[in-house]
Design a protein around this ligand. Sequence first.
Ligand SMILES: Nc1ncnc2c1ncn2[C@@H]1O[C@H](COP(=O)(O)OP(=O)(O)O)[C@@H](O)[C@H]1O
Ligand SMILES: [Mg+2]
Length: 331
Amino acid sequence: MAEISIDELPQAPDAEVSIRDAFQIDLDATAPAFSQRTPHVPMIDPGYRFDPATTMTILSGFADNRRVVIQGRHGTGKSTHIEQVAARLNWPLIRLNLDSHISRIDLIGKDAIVLRDGKQVTEYREGILPWAYQRPVALVFDEYDAGRPDVMFVIQRVLEAEGRLTILDQNKVLLPHRSFRLFATANTIGLGDASGLYHGTQQLNQAQLDRWNIVARLDYLSEDEEVEVVLSKVPWMATEEGRRTVVQMVRTAEQTRTGFQAGDVSTLMSPRTVIAWADNYRVFRDLDYAFATAFLNRCDEAERPIVAEYYQRATGRTIEPDVKGPWRRVE
Ligand SMILES: Nc1ncnc2c1ncn2[C@@H]1O[C@H](COP(=O)(O)OP(=O)(O)O)[C@@H](O)[C@H]1O
Ligand SMILES: [Mg+2]
């Protein structure tokens, strides 16, 4: 499909996709979509497994302009779920990770000195928020519960503004584009981080949560589903033996998630880590070293023996916490 620029898109969706065909949900209904792709539309991941309830809430966000927050633990697929829905609706999407070093200035913009005809002039550089707000864009506040107070303050203003965004520094009032949408993802919600597992998360206050229409919770895929997802990414393992290995890999990941939940380890394996492990296995042809390079080596030294035990329980293989790989030097 040919791509056009985002400013050439129609004001509102001009096509419909079948929810059954696009999202594998047993429902005879359609969702509004754009007929053409633009550079900000995420790439389709054909192996993506949609969780029907989560997908329906995300679709209501797109179709009915509802503000949707998705809550769930690390690696449950919150961010990619929204992306994969957008990918199938051809809806441009921008993800803003509030966990990183995003500041208020990045969001709303700033005055910058530029050269114009050899003269220094001050010019306003638009931030990501006003840019997206005036375009058919789904803006995702990722790691919403980790946002810095100055950033949350700006977001609070957008959420409160009944259909307008005031850029105080610029004395400008902006109206949202008809197809602008807001989403957020969070590890914790409302309760702050009572568990101590998510450092750096802020307590979201009720006033702020009240501005979101829908809160959806997402959990990990079932073991069988995760095995399918991994196999879809590493088709070379789709033999009987390969599948058995993938089941053991997914079980290792499950052990780390249970351990993380119990506070025994501070890092866990997401489905992405399992896929990286399988990729490393293809490269090194050694399951243990592939595991070390995908996960074990990035664990805290004090926790590596615990992780080695999870590995042993799930795979039946023994691994040294400082595995060096299968290779030996020629003497
Ligand atoms: N349902 C799923 N189907 C396919 N892949 C998934 C699914 N859920 C998670 N993943 C994979 O797991 C990884 C982590 O997902 P991500 O969306 O970043 O999680 P989160 O935002 O919840 O931390 C990604 O590589 C994603 O492709
Ligand atoms: Mg995420």
